[in-house]
Design a protein around this ligand. Structure first.
Ligand SMILES: Cc1cc2nc3c(=O)[nH]c(=O)nc-3n(C[C@H](O)[C@H](O)[C@H](O)COP(=O)(O)OP(=O)(O)OC[C@H]3O[C@@H](n4cnc5c(N)ncnc54)[C@H](O)[C@@H]3O)c2cc1C
Length: 394
């Protein structure tokens, strides 16, 4: 391969570029990113960056020395708008084209939006620019904040706003937030963190409308209640950025469909990170975005699927002063057993807890609240167990 083009200049795109060089690719490397910024880390955007404990310099994922070593052509502030049917030319928004032999798709996901978001004071949180604007608003005096969506981004943002002294209400349409990732039992435990952290949580009711003429003044709920608000943060999930691939011959369905080795419908095209549906599942976790590129690049350079992604899914979340960590593949019906620490009136007790999800005598997943060391041990054991199951020795 003489030219490889990485589309998406963020976490998984940068890791793919590093892997290309580490695995011996010495040809032309082009990295296309529609944001004007050098690659930066998103997790702090809803946490320490929003509260002012971290500044922009601390978000940087790379430095001039490394970018020099990568010897790549960076086309930042440039959107890819298409990939030709054979996957050999990337078309750019500004009319230029990049002929290429291989493509790494690393275009991530975008925050889902609500109708009516044109009102000032209504925000989503996905990019550095989103976080800059929101951070500035949060420093302009007391705010009545309504967070729509109780998922991880919603919960972390609510926690950051509450820690800055704002009045915070979280609205979640489901009876409990975080049930899909954690299951109902542990979701109920984590939901108590809102109350403990000084935020109100309203569940089981949707949002009917956003009130206001130019600036938002309130959120109308589907049961008719109106919550006063001068700042609304919409955290209702993310959509994979695949629109630019419409018209290519790649298979797209809630992400770029790939085999277990991140290889898309054309062998010289791989996909990684939040945009990639690898072997049937699409992760929106930092760790998957950093682990998939090694395998994807090996397969891209081999021209076939020589390796598959085998890691156990993992994510963390920091909210209301606690760290939640989860690894594994839980399914509805798994039993949950707290093996260390415990609960206090349904909430995590002082010192947190470790919980194992189990099915047919096997551990399927592990959850920790503020128990990082035993969590790491359990996570390693989980990986060993999965390895034994995959090799048929269990
Ligand atoms: C606020 C926030 C907090 C998070 N916290 C956690 C956490 O605590 N723990 C955890 O495990 N994960 C967390 N995540 C998730 C984690 O950050 C993502 O999984 C990770 O960023 C995915 O990396 P990516 O490179 O695949 O996608 P992205 O980071 O989305 O990057 C994709 C890049 O491609 C660009 N792009 C899109 N389309 C085009 C195009 N057509 N042409 C050129 N460029 C394009 C995008 O603008 C973007 O710069 C968080 C995410 C957010 C937003």
């Amino acid at each position: 391969m003489r030219t490889v083009t990485v589309v998406g200049a963020s976490l998984s795109g940068l890791y793919a570029a590093r892997e290309l060089r580490a695995q011996g690719f010495d040809g032309r490397l082009v990295i296309i990113g529609d944001e004007p910024h050098n690659p930066y880390d998103r997790p702090p955007l809803s946490k320490d960056f929003l509260t002012g404990r971290a500044d922009e310099a601390q978000l940087a994922l790379t430095d001039p020395e490394e970018t020099g070593d990568l010897a790549a052509e960076w086309l930042l502030g440039t959107r890819a708008r298409g990939l030709d049917a054979r996957g050999r030319t990337v078309l750019l928004d500004d009319g230029r084209t990049v002929p290429t032999d291989g493509v790494v798709i690393a275009t991530g996901a975008s925050a889902r939006r609500l109708p009516g978001e044109a009102l000032t004071g209504v925000h989503t949180l996905r990019t550095l620019d989103d976080a800059r604007t929101l951070r500035e608003e949060l420093t302009r005096g007391h705010r009545e904040v309504v967070v729509i969506g109780g998922g991880f981004i919603g919960a972390e943002t609510a926690s950051s706003c509450a820690s800055l002294g704002h009045t915070v209400t979280v609205v979640e349409a489901a009876p409990l937030p975080l049930v899909p990732p954690l299951g109902a039992e542990m979701a109920a435990v984590c939901a108590t963190l809102h109350r403990r952290g000084g935020a109100e949580l309203i569940t089981g009711v949707g949002v009917a409308d956003l009130r206001g003429t130019t600036a938002v003044t309130g959120v109308e709920l589907s049961d008719g209640r109106i919550l006063p608000a001068d700042l609304v943060i919409v955290g209702i999930g993310a959509t994979p950025n695949t629109a630019w691939l419409d018209g290519s011959t790649l298979a797209l369905h809630d992400g770029v469909l790939c085999d277990d080795g991140c290889v898309a419908a054309l062998p010289q095209v791989v996909a990684v990170g939040d945009v990639a549906r690898v072997g049937g599942s699409r992760m929106e976790h930092w760790t998957s975005a950093t682990e998939q590129p090694r395998v994807a690049v090996a397969n891209l350079l081999a021209g076939r699927t020589a390796e598959t992604v085998r890691s156990v899914p993992y994510f963390w979340s920091d909210q209301y002063g606690v760290r939640i960590q989860f690894a594994g593949r839980r399914r509805d019906g798994d039993t949950v057993r707290i093996t260390e620490g415990g609960l206090d009136d349904g909430a995590p007790a002082e010192g947190g807890f470790l919980a194992l999800y189990e099915r047919a005598g096997l551990t399927t997943a592990v959850l920790s609240v503020d128990r990082p060391r035993p969590f790491m041990r359990a996570r390693r054991e989980l990986a060993r167990e999965e390895g034994r199951v995959a090799s048929g020795t269990v």
